[in-house]
Design a protein around this ligand. Structure first.
Ligand code: MG
Length: 354
């Protein structure tokens, strides 16, 4: 038997921590002297003590450590992996939020949100059923202030994609100066609430959801809201930039280096979403960009990007005369590639106001 001092040195835990773990039932001593109250540990308790210490170092809460310690090794390993996957997802969303806030605060300094920039946009939006689906659950919308694409799924998918975009339209009336941050957050909340109402409306619609990718214009600033695997591209100076990050299982495998982009193209689960607006209160990516004259923006659903390579999209964006031509040509290209899914496209050109 080891005294608590000897056991603390051997396990690299403090005596104070050992007393706490005893009280929580995580690591009870083998024997407590009834007269003195001294705690004694067996040498074979060291392994568990070290496991507790490592799990603490990982940042795992004590209640969850108790669960892990009670599991057989394979199940305990799975629990540790699940804990870490969640921790990384939380960190990724905090990283995005930090980047967004930094860009927001930078923009506050250099841009007056509703200043007259002398810029205007020309835009076009269209959505097509494609050749493989009986109905169209995609939605596309464009106005002088708002561009949006949504890809609905489930029994109420068509309603969900339309409702998510409708919820953003309140922003078209214009924003009070400096309120883009609140406006974007409110818009995402309103879109989530609208989808929640639809999923709650009946058993056929339960489990429905939608992706949402939208650009909101405020002066030369663009607020980007994004959730799911619909995408936003920017053509600037002849180069094509993907300005959203797919919330898919496959993209996360690519991010982890466990799958190459080439392998992802034919992955059987490439459309499996990690995040969507499904009424469950998930978070959207928010970012701010500054528009420049000559920019061409494209928002599109996976009915385009799932079958048309980025190089072909780039070519159309580089060569099409205007937004109507971009949208019409891209829908044509997706249908020519088989059109297995619904296709939604919104295009916008930034130029001098007339
Ligand atoms: Mg789709």
């Amino acid at each position: 038997m080891l005294t608590i001092g000897e056991f603390a040195r051997a396990s690299r835990l403090s005596a104070k921590a050992l007393r706490l773990y005893d009280e929580l039932g995580l690591l009870p001593p083998a024997r407590v002297d009834p007269a003195s109250g001294y705690r004694f540990y067996r040498a074979d308790q060291l392994e568990r003590a070290r496991l507790v210490a490592w799990l603490r170092r990982l940042g795992m809460p004590l209640a969850r450590i108790r669960v892990v310690c009670g599991l057989p090794p394979a199940a305990a390993a799975a629990e540790v992996a699940a804990f870490w996957a969640q921790a990384e997802a939380d960190l990724a969303s905090r990283r995005e939020l930090a980047a967004f806030l930094a860009s927001y605060l930078t923009g506050k300094d250099t841009e007056r949100p509703d200043q007259d920039t002398g810029l205007a946009i020309r835009y076009a939006a269209a959505s097509d059923t494609g050749r493989g689906r009986p109905a169209n659950q995609d939605a596309a919308y464009a106005s002088a202030r708002l561009l949006a694409v949504a890809d609905g799924m489930g029994g109420g998918g068509e309603l969900a994609s339309a409702a998510a975009i409708d919820a953003l339209k309140s922003l078209e009336a214009g924003l009070p100066a400096g309120s883009l941050l609140n406006a974007l957050a409110d818009a995402v909340a309103a879109a989530g609430a609208a989808v929640r109402d639809i999923t709650a409306a009946g058993p056929d619609q339960a489990g429905s959801g939608t992706t949402l990718t939208a650009l909101l214009w405020s002066g030369s600033q663009l607020g980007l809201v994004h959730i799911g695997d619909t995408r936003a591209y920017l053509l600037r100076g002849g180069e094509l930039f993907l300005i959203t990050h797919d919330h898919t299982v496959v993209q996360s495998l690519i991010d982890d280096g466990r799958l190459t982009p080439e392998e992802a193209v034919s992955h059987p689960e490439r459309s499996l979403l990690l995040r969507a607006l499904d009424g469950a209160g998930v978070t959207a990516d928010l970012s701010l960009r500054v528009a420049r004259a000559g920019d061409r923006y494209l928002l599109c659903s996976d009915g385009l990007t799932g079958v048309v390579p980025a190089a072909r999209i780039h070519q159309v964006l580089r060569t099409a005369a205007g937004p109507e031509q971009v949208v019409g040509e891209l829908i044509g290209v997706a249908n020519a590639a088989g059109g297995p899914d619904n296709i939604a496209c919104v295009a916008a050109d930034v130029g001098p106001a007339a």
